[in-house]
Design a protein around this ligand. Structure first.
Ligand code: NAD
Ligand code: MN
Length: 358
């Protein structure tokens, strides 16, 4: 029997609540399948670790997880610690050195879930947003000088490399080609940002020639927000920069019913390093410790994890179990307007996995 090694990093806030639910569900899906198992190692990195050790993860942290088959991540963000320290000290400290350059974010309206959009059904909203995850606006390049004086200056420089843009475009075109509609929208801002975004557009047009069977268009990011709301059915696969896609994917999650549902994969497509799977939401300070965090975003991230490690049948089974549970309003957490608790949703998904005959 094949055993996959998973590194579980719950982080802070509701991260712990949803990751422990996610680990239970992984065990259930492996048991139901019978042909593979998971060995899960837990890492207590994050804000509490920072308070004890002055850093978010140990210096050799990445070496401890480098050989794992996948990482299941919760959230980086602690009420007592500035966000740029928690984010750069943990999440980005894994994503960037492990070269997880493709951040993939599917969005659908699951059965039983209400979208804030009027008259939009599951058939009209089925998107995947591909976020460039290694450079761009989050390259970390910049600095501050003359702090506190009237002369103070600060810069954040967006860095775009030809290699970085080409590989994310190629990834997005390939993904678009694998989907039924074979459609890609390249999001840009080349009217105002006249250097890097113009190169971004040029590289998109070059890579597009390798994919004559993919229909593609180009859209300014501001106009894209409107299109996602007004004409959701015209969107399928989307590729955008680190910052643009960060914003568009929160919008996408809200349009699909709740931030608590949306999943992410941080992929190293060449598989030189482990890839990392996480719900897109953060630590949710307002609900942490209350037992009402929606675990569906983590479960859907598990579906992406299963697909990545090559367990496609188990991935499909888990997705069906999730949809069977969201279809029943009794299992909706408060973010979806219901009263269910995290443990009830988790138990329902585990039951549905057992009942699933496929
Ligand atoms: P957030 O995602 O934590 O919360 C936004 C809102 O959505 C809150 O009202 C919250 O209660 C709700 N929500 C989020 N997830 C939910 C779930 N699973 N079930 C029910 N409701 C849910 O975003 P924020 O408030 O901007 O950030 C809080 C902290 O999390 C900050 O420190 C931020 O830096 C961090 N953060 C981390 C990540 C990450 O690690 N990937 C992502 C986003 C935010
Ligand atoms: Mn975000």
């Amino acid at each position: 029997m094949k055993t996959y090694k998973i590194a579980a990093i719950p982080g802070d806030g509701i991260g712990g609540e949803v990751v422990s639910a996610g680990v239970e569900v992984l065990a259930a899906i492996a048991k139901r399948d019978g042909k593979f198992a998971f060995a899960v190692d837990h890492f207590d990195w994050g804000g509490e670790y920072y308070k004890r050790n002055g850093r978010m993860m140990p210096e050799n942290g990445r070496d401890l997880i480098r050989k794992h088959d996948a990482i299941l991540f919760g959230s980086a963000g602690h009420p007592d610690i500035p966000d740029h320290i928690t984010l750069w000290g943990l999440r980005l400290a894994i994503c960037q050195p492990f070269d997880q350059y493709a951040n993939v974010r599917p969005t659908r309206i699951l059965p039983g879930i209400k979208s804030p959009l009027r008259d939009v059904g599951p058939d009209r909203l089925d998107w995947v947003i591909v976020r460039e995850n290694s450079e761009g606006e989050y390259a970390g390049v910049g600095g501050r000088a003359h702090q506190g004086s009237p002369l103070e200056v600060a810069t954040d420089v967006a860095m775009f490399t030809r290699a970085g843009v080409a590989r994310i475009m190629r990834y997005a075109f390939k993904l678009a080609r694998s989907r039924p509609r074979k459609k890609l929208t390249v999001v840009t801002k080349s009217n105002a940002q006249r250097h890097a975004m113009v190169m971004w557009d040029e590289i998109a047009a070059e890579i597009a020639k390798e994919f004559p069977d993919v229909a593609w268009d180009k859209m300014l990011v501001d106009a894209m927000t409107m299109r996602m709301v007004i004409k959701p059915e015209t969107v399928d696969t989307v590729v955008a920069t680190n910052l643009h896609a960060d914003i568009l994917s929160d919008l996408a999650a809200a349009l699909a019913g709740s931030l608590g549902i949306a999943p992410t994969a941080n992929l190293n497509p060449e598989r030189e390093f482990p890839s990392m799977f996480e719900p897109i939401h953060g630590s949710a300070f307002d609900i942490m410790g209350k037992g009402i965090a929606n675990p569906i975003g983590t479960f859907w991230s598990n579906v992406m994890l299963l697909e990545h490690i090559g367990e496609g049948a188990a991935a499909a089974r888990l997705m069906k179990a999730i949809e069977c549970v969201t279809a029943n309003p009794r299992f909706h957490t408060p973010d979806l307007g219901g009263k269910a608790r995290t443990v009830e949703v988790t138990a329902a998904v585990i039951d549905a996995i057992g009942a699933e005959n496929a």
